[in-house]
Design a protein around this ligand. Structure first.
Ligand code: ASP
Length: 323
């Protein structure tokens, strides 16, 4: 009798889950962004949200849950109801946080359903407008000579700017003072105002300021030069092949979100990545959607697994102690 009751309860739960997946979404979906509004992750998220709202027939609302290098937002989504109404748009930091924090309240790999990869964004090494170095060689000389006076902005431990700044310091063999912000939008304000000297940030945030000459750019961290900034040398050309990083973004749902709901989100994501408006805006920011064969939840999961182990060894080699 008891067994019968259990089976009928399971069957009812399964029917309810698949019925909810069929009608999903019946209300707005919240997309949690781990960094400040107006910054590079926020820009990518808002472009996706606009397009995904059309496909899903429901508003995708962006919410910025900032702090602790993106881990507060990830915690929030890991603990949210697994119903597809709360998703996370995160970047490479989701794969570095497990090596940078002693105790995270979630498991970056098993605590989420991967929805799909979004885009890879190059990073640029930039300085305040009047920093006394005109090219990468001069920057290296200056930073080495004045390391104790130089400030490097980032978006907190676990952010992409933190990782990129760590690689830069490691490549140059120096330590400078790092200044954490809640995202690189506020960090950029201070760089523009000259309160901090250097930053390493996605092209989605730096391209327009580089082009208008408000900040100086020294190198791009991808193996190839960028079409939008063709004069900017790569870190490889500058003689630092170990200093290479591209900031990939991915979307996540809480662990246990029904697979058909995940696939509906994945489909809306895929449509967004083919949306000409998204493609054009991405291009203007120095990036493009990932290739079709990288948008599935499975490929995203495999990639995340590889990235977690790749960055673990880089971070350990750099001697960075987890917080
Ligand atoms: N670019 C930031 C980072 O360093 C995050 C952001 O503000 O989007 O991770």
């Amino acid at each position: 009798m008891k067994t019968l009751l259990r089976y009928s309860l399971i069957a009812t739960a399964l029917v309810a889950a698949s019925a909810s997946a069929q009608t999903f979404p019946t209300k707005p979906v919240t997309m949690v962004i781990p960094f400040a509004a107006g910054g590079p992750t926020d820009v990518v998220g808002r472009l996706l949200a606009q397009s995904m709202s059309k496909t899903l027939g429901q508003q995708v609302i962006v919410e910025n849950t900032v702090g602790a290098g993106g881990t507060i937002a990830a915690t929030r989504v890991a603990r949210a109801a697994p119903d597809g109404y709360t998703v996370l748009l995160h970047h490479i930091g989701h794969s570095t946080a497990p090596s940078l924090y002693r105790k995270l309240p979630y498991d970056a790999l098993t605590g989420f359903e991967t929805v799909g990869l979004v885009t890879d964004v190059p990073m640029t090494v930039v300085s305040k407008g009047d920093f006394p170095a005109k090219d990468f060689a001069e920057l290296v000389k200056n930073v080495k000579a004045n390391s104790e006076k130089i400030n490097l902005a980032n978006a907190g431990t676990g952010s992409a700017s933190h990782l990129c700044g760590m690689l830069l310091q490691d490549a140059l063999g120096v330590k400078v003072t790092t200044v954490p912000y809640k995202g690189t939008a506020p960090a950029m304000n201070d760089l523009l105002g000259g309160q901090v000297d250097l930053m390493c940030d996605q092209t989605t945030n730096t391209t327009s300021y580089i082009k208008s000459g408000k900040i100086k750019a020294y190198a791009v961290t991808t193996p190839k030069r960028l079409a939008v900034l063709p004069d900017l040398p790569t870190t490889r050309e500058a003689g630092l092949p170990a200093f290479e990083v591209a900031v990939w973004h991915g979307m996540y749902a809480p662990k246990g979100t029904p697979q058909d709901v995940v696939m509906k989100m994945n489909n809306a994501l895929k449509v967004a990545l083919k949306d000409q408006l998204v493609i054009d805006r991405f291009a203007g920011l120095g990036t493009e959607p990932v290739a079709d064969n990288r948008t599935s939840p499975e490929v995203h999961k495999q990639f995340l697994t590889a990235e977690i182990s790749k960055w673990k060894s880089v971070i350990e080699k750099a001697g960075v102690q987890p917080e």
